[in-house]
Unconditional design. Structure first.
Length: 91
């Protein structure tokens, strides 16, 4: 199940990437936050044994969801140009 979620997220990010061709400026501290979160996600999903038990996934979600939510709504969204935001809202 977790692998299906991971594949869906990866596919979604690839689709978003196809919409974006503009360059955007990124604050170093915000990029660092995204990197550190991705590092934690990578560490969780890198080894299959890490996510077989729902307890491990629940612990990860409890530890990182507020950062995931904040990066999703306040960091990444705000970095997107308005035209890309509109395309994403229209899907």
């Amino acid at each position: 199940m977790v692998m299906l979620i991971w594949k869906a997220v990866t596919l979604h990010l690839r689709k978003i990437g196809k919409l974006m061709s503009d360059k955007v400026e990124v604050k170093a501290d915000e990029l660092k936050r995204v990197f550190l979160l991705m590092e934690e996600i990578h560490d969780l999903f890198h080894q299959e044994d890490n996510y077989k038990g729902s307890e491990i996934v629940e612990k990860f979600a409890n530890a990182h969801y507020s950062e995931i939510r904040d990066i999703y709504y306040d960091v990444l969204w705000d970095m997107l140009p308005n035209d890309v935001q509109e395309k994403l809202e229209d899907r």
